[in-house]
Ligand binder design. Structure first.
Ligand SMILES: [Zn+2]
Length: 709
């Protein structure tokens, strides 16, 4: 999995459970389910084949809040117990014998399965409410799963335990207007008597049940084939055809590179990538079927500001590290996230060069050092460690391991580790032992310094960065001389002229912008490198820098540059506002509409600008708070309204609606903002008056806020 912006969560914890079921080996599951997006329910059958290893009087499955119509053993109904958490089947199971159980079930998953944007499609929906909540509800209708940490057992009787690996073959029935994508090879479809279509998928090998997944929506796909012959399918919304190339840029190179670098063939039959609306993370590596946030669906201009490359490589690397070999439990989480992060960095090194790689390592080192200095250092073997530790410290540990034992031994060790434990579970000790065998090096010291240590081995890290990256060596020199004589006027030119590092220049522009010599500013403006000019737009001061050069930033192929330049110029030169707005009026920007939303705000705030359309501009900004837009769009719209204009009745209703959103970060944002508004008596009265237009659950939430003492 990959988090947005390194937010720390501990979702993998508590994968263990009370009972032990080591006397039973489940081998195969045939799942046949129908999904009702209006009822938000899943019903169907699952058949499990299993082998009994020791005589037992019962077997059980994890099954949250399900209803079971019948359970059959050897095709005869058997008694079962359902306590709302597990399904237990009592029977004298004999050691050495194989059994098969068939389960008919219905689930109303409260988590793990997300039903997005179906409400307004409901035949029974009262259209008068639709009009109030949003004028034109037309967000993409989707159903998709996110099983990690939240448990597949909320929609499928299965195993809240990563060590039970099963071959899962899925068949899913749904409205034929949509596309259904799931793990495995698509075998074809058939149409049922009720008009639904059934999509059938086949897996060849076993996986842990948290990796079972499906996604349903309106999709088309781009098909590629890897150098080794693996089919790769890149899915996209039908209207996003022109965004396929920039969104999935380098996909084939990433695939071919990782397969060669890891040295073990890609383990699954095919690889699919599917964008979904308001995903809870950046991406999730379900077996052969990565789901990722559609906030990464971008055009060519956005590529320089935000792209999918790192997430693409990270989730693909998990197909080996996590999916093929799976951690025994949370104590070994480094074997998933550290590895996926490290191999994504190696991929970026291949695509963008050495310097890029070492500056990424440097950035994560700085973040980790801050954490340690704040007294929050953690060991990589701590199952409760933060994502920063598992991902970034984890990647550093692998980088330094490779430095210590050499590339040849490292690659040989990785190969033998993946081959020995394929389709099984692993521990950190087993990994280290394979690396020791491959290298002949005792890794006790490595384990102490990198895995058990709660701090960061700073000296070793700096030494490594200096040895590999001339530009980082220069940065350290620069930092040292500034620290030794802070009062001294510093000649930046010595550092500016260092060959080959855009990263160093960007760093200097970002951190020392106020003390730079005019020649350096000039050289940055004249540079064709977008990141340098972007640093000027963000950190430079439009009132103090040369005006024509600053205005030229409005033409750059970077939406972050344009957004920052527009705002700075608008503030610095009030008499030129109309001109700046005219130049940027047709730009939408990143998937969160950063330029458009700023433009609308500034257009309304600029006296006399486009007067007849002022109301339209304001209405458009208000519309972006509605549920038909992604939470990234909505959050920016709410913020601009809060800072510049205040809220209309419609946007207040959208805000209350957002307090129940399934994505916790957006939900928390909306709840905090609502709390703030409720402190204001006028807003409070308005919201109370509007509450008869709220849905029952929204009304209930509002009641708890208003009745607070
Ligand atoms: Zn990951």
């Amino acid at each position: 999995m990959k988090y947005f912006y390194g937010i720390a969560l501990f979702l993998f914890q508590a994968m263990g459970f009370g009972q032990q079921q080591d006397k039973v080996d489940f081998t195969h599951a045939i799942i046949n389910v129908g999904i009702d997006p209006y009822e938000q329910s899943i019903e169907g059958t699952v058949r499990y084949d299993f082998l009994i290893l020791k005589n037992v009087d019962s077997v059980y499955l994890d099954a949250k809040n399900m209803v079971f119509e019948s359970v059959r053993l050897k095709n005869k109904k058997v008694a079962f117990e359902n306590n709302g958490k597990t399904l237990t089947i009592r029977y004298p199971f004999k050691s050495g014998k194989s059994y098969s159980i068939g389960i008919n079930y219905q689930a109303y998953p409260k988590q793990t399965v997300y039903f997005v944007n179906w409400e307004h499609k409901m035949p029974s929906m009262d259209t008068s409410t639709v009009k109030i909540i949003g004028e034109n509800l037309s967000g993409p209708e989707q159903v998709w799963t996110q099983g990690q940490g939240k448990y597949t057992s909320h929609w499928l009787p299965s195993f809240d335990d990563m060590t039970e690996k099963v071959e899962f073959d899925l068949s899913i029935r749904f409205d034929p207007k949509y596309e259904v994508i799931a793990n495995g090879k698509y075998l074809g479809s058939s149409t049922g008597s009720d008009g639904t279509k059934e999509w059938k998928f086949d897996m060849l090998y076993p996986m842990s049940s948290y990796l079972v997944a499906f996604a349903i929506g309106s999709y088309e796909k781009q098909s590629l084939v890897s150098a080794s012959g693996v089919p790769i399918e890149n899915y996209y919304y039908p209207e996003d055809r022109l965004l396929v190339e920039p969104t999935y840029r380098h996909t084939q190179r990433i695939f071919d590179f990782l397969e060669a670098e890891i040295g073990v063939p890609y383990p699954w039959q095919n690889y699919k990538q599917v964008p979904v609306r308001d995903f809870l993370y950046a991406g999730m590596e379900n077996t052969g079927t990565t789901l990722f946030s559609d906030a990464y669906v971008i055009d060519s201009i956005a590529f320089v500001d935000k792209n999918y490359v790192n997430v693409n490589a990270h989730e693909l690397a998990h197909q080996w590290f996590g999916n093929l070999v799976t951690e025994e439990d949370g104590n070994h989480h480094w074997l998933h996230e550290g590895f996926a992060t490290y191999y994504a960095y190696l991929t970026e090194k291949e695509l963008f060069g050495e310097d890029y790689f070492y500056w990424k390592l440097y950035d994560s080192f700085i973040a980790l050092q801050k954490m340690v200095e704040g007294g929050k250092g953690q060991s990589l073997l701590d199952p409760k460690a933060s994502s920063l530790v598992f991902y970034e410290k984890g990647a550093w540990a692998l980088h330094m391991l490779r430095e210590q034992i050499g590339e040849k031994a490292f690659k040989a060790g990785i190969r033998s580790y993946l081959e020995q434990y394929r389709f099984k579970n692993v521990t950190v000790s087993e990994f280290l032992s394979d690396m020791e065998t491959a290298s002949g090096v005792d890794l006790m010291g490595f384990k102490k310094e990198w895995l058990e240590n709660e701090e960061m081995p700073n000296d070793a890290i700096r030494k490594n960065l200096v040895a590999h990256s001339p530009s980082l060596a220069s940065l350290f020199q620069l930092q040292e001389s500034l620290a030794n004589s802070p009062a001294k006027k510093f000649d930046m030119e010595d550092f500016w002229e260092i060959e080959g590092s855009g990263n160093l220049k960007e760093y200097i522009l970002t951190h020392y912008d106020s003390v730079l010599a005019p020649e350096i500013i000039k050289s940055a403006f004249e540079s064709a490198e977008i990141p340098l000019r972007r640093a000027l737009a963000i950190h430079g001061n439009a009132a103090k820098l040369p005006k024509p050069e600053f205005e030229s930033l409005l033409n750059d192929n970077s939406y972050v540059t344009i957004e920052n330049a527009l705002f700075q110029l608008w503030v610095a030169f009030p008499d030129q506002r109309a001109r700046y707005l005219d130049r940027t009026k047709s730009i939408v920007g990143l998937p969160n509409k950063n330029v458009r939303q700023l433009w609308l705000t500034l257009a309304v705030l600029t006296d006399g600008y486009d007067g007849p359309n002022t109301k339209n501009h304001f209405d458009e900004l208000c519309r972006y708070t509605g549920p038909e837009y992604s939470f990234e769009v909505r959050q920016i719209a709410f913020q601009f309204l809060k800072e510049a204009f205040g809220f209309t009745d419609g946007t207040l209703l959208n805000l209350v609606g957002a307090t129940g959103h399934y994505y916790w970060q957006f939900r928390d944002f909306a709840r905090r903002l609502l709390d703030e508004l409720l402190e204001d008596e006028v807003y409070k009265q308005r919201i109370v008056t509007l509450s008869n237009k709220l849905k029952p659950e929204e009304k209930r939430y509002l009641q708890t806020k208003i009745n607070q003492p």
